[in-house]
Design a protein around this ligand. Structure first.
Ligand code: NDP
Length: 459
């Protein structure tokens, strides 16, 4: 009897979906592009126009680094364009030509045999995984911003996303009329400082050396003429200090204290190559090595943009790489041109289902009138764009029990400040009595609130 019970128990354990999750689904693609910046989308465009169906894994930062640039001046054909608008145009062009762009990220790859195997997970629901087979692959994962690695920056006691950021265009509007510091003296720091100088009362540009390291000299010179911008040369940051809730000052190597409300770190980036270290040849800086134009050490795997480029790091270079890789893929697959077969994917860009406030009273008047969910967002914030489909879905499900409001922090920065919003997206729920019962900042915390929405409906 005991044995029979054991068998039944073991059988139940083996069948239990929680202990033994079902096998991830499998699909086959001709070409998979990992990444969604300028280079990735250019490859997708070229491949689709050559009749080769292409899947783009958009990943957690749709549009890549240029989406964070508020004003691009060196893209041919555009006097000045917001990086996000530039990406939106190229993305729309790739979709128009049939590219399929999905909110998934690669979590592992196996390039040891063909077809290649790429394991992916859903950006919004990491429990949803899938393995994709691909005849060819283009890696376009760019780079990750470097951090200073000093006390107060990140970790449990750090202010990361609560006063310390790497993207002014995403979070800068929270610092209207305030004092901020930008750390670094390269082109990225100049762009961040320029953007912030139009919002903040004062911008300190803190350089560890006595000189800038910029390509865009004209932009730097214009910035330095601004009355609210001050450069601190030969200055290192020892600590980012605060009151536990927000940043208050920086402790400097010069023994001085610099009072600031926010810090934007722009000290360069490292190539995002962790997934490939055991599979592809790399150089000593961690960049993927190329042998023949965009060809990596494995035939059929190509790499483009900042992940292969320690020197130029320009969007236009990534686009050039993207075009070259697509032509190489075409040759590699030896396929003649046919018309794209997949229908254009839809771009979700409609915020209408959820009400957006047009004045602060829209928010004040909604508080205490029933359960209320408020999302503070910025139009150029990648994670906010990623969060939006989940929010839209939640509003469809709970719209009759919860009011959904959105606050654009670029228009209502003081309102955001008054609710201690230090990063976007930030989601808050107010109960029927008007008391804030939960608050979460960043994509993860915001998503968590949505998964728990059911329990707030009765509050
Ligand atoms: P860069 O590597 O060019 O510059 C990094 C800056 O951060 C330098 O001033 C460096 O100082 C400083 N720095 C590095 N580490 C630290 C540290 N630990 N503490 C303090 N300061 C530090 O990086 P960017 O991200 O600015 O640019 C990367 C590439 O992208 C460049 O090739 C750039 O030209 C390009 N780019 C081009 C743009 C354009 O519009 N054309 C826009 C943005 C980027 P130090 O000089 O002392 O080493």
């Amino acid at each position: 009897m005991g044995k029979i019970l054991n068998f039944i128990l073991i059988g139940l354990l083996l069948l239990s979906p929680t202990l033994y999750p079902s096998h991830p689904t499998q699909s086959t693609q001709k070409v998979v592009i990992i990444g969604s910046g300028v280079g990735a989308l250019t490859s997708a465009l070229y491949l689709q126009r050559a009749g080769i169906n292409t899947l783009v894994l958009e990943g957690p930062n749709p549009g890549g680094a240029i989406a964070q640039s508020p004003n691009v001046h060196n893209w041919p054909g555009e006097i000045e364009i917001h990086g996000q608008n530039l990406i939106d145009k190229i993305r729309a062009q790739a979709i128009h030509n049939g590219a399929q762009i999905v909110s998934k990220e690669a979590i592992s790859v196996d390039f040891s045999s063909r077809p290649f195997s790429i394991s992916v997970r859903d950006v919004y629901d990491p429990s949803k995984t899938e393995t994709i087979s691909a005849a060819a692959c283009i890696i376009a994962m760019g780079s990750n911003p470097k951090l200073l690695g000093i006390p107060g920056e990140s970790g449990d006691k750090g202010y990361w996303t609560k006063g310390v950021y790497s993207c002014a265009v995403c979070d800068g509007s929270l610092y209207k009329g305030k004092t901020v510091a930008v750390i670094g003296g390269g082109d990225s720091a100049i762009i961040e400082a320029d953007y912030l100088s139009k919002i903040a009362k004062k911008v300190y540009l803190v350089l560890r050396s006595d000189q800038f390291r910029t390509v865009e000299i004209a932009r730097k010179n214009e910035l330095l003429k601004k009355s609210n911008v001050e450069v601190l040369y030969n200055t290192q940051i020892r600590e980012i200090a605060g009151n536990g809730t927000k940043v208050t000052h920086l402790n400097l190597s010069t023994q001085n204290q610099l009072d600031v409300d926010g810090v934007f770190v722009a000290i360069g980036a490292t190539p995002n190559t962790n997934l490939f270290t055991s599979q592809l040849a790399m150089d000593s800086g961690g960049y993927i090595k190329l042998s023949n134009d965009q060809q990596t050490s494995i035939p059929g795997v190509f790499a483009i943009g900042d992940i292969v480029d320690p020197y130029y790091k320009q969007a236009i270079c990534a686009a050039g790489d993207g075009a070259k890789a697509a032509l190489q893929v075409e040759r590699f697959l030896s396929i003649g041109p046919t018309l794209p077969q997949s229908p254009p994917a839809k771009v979700i860009n409609n915020r209408a289902a959820i009400r957006e406030i047009s004045k602060p009273d829209d928010l004040y008047n909604a508080i205490g009138k029933g359960t209320l969910l408020v999302e503070f967002y910025s139009p150029y914030c990648g994670p906010c764009k990623q969060f939006y489909p989940s929010l839209q879905q939640a509003s469809t499900q709970y719209g009759d029990q919860i009011t959904f409001l959105q606050v654009d922090v670029t228009k209502f920065s003081e309102l955001a400040s008054s609710y201690n919003v230090f990063g976007v997206p930030t989601v808050m729920i107010f109960d029927k009595q008007g008391k804030m019962i939960t608050k979460g900042s960043g994509l993860k915390e915001a998503e968590k609130i949505l998964t728990d929405l059911e329990k707030y409906t009765s509050k």
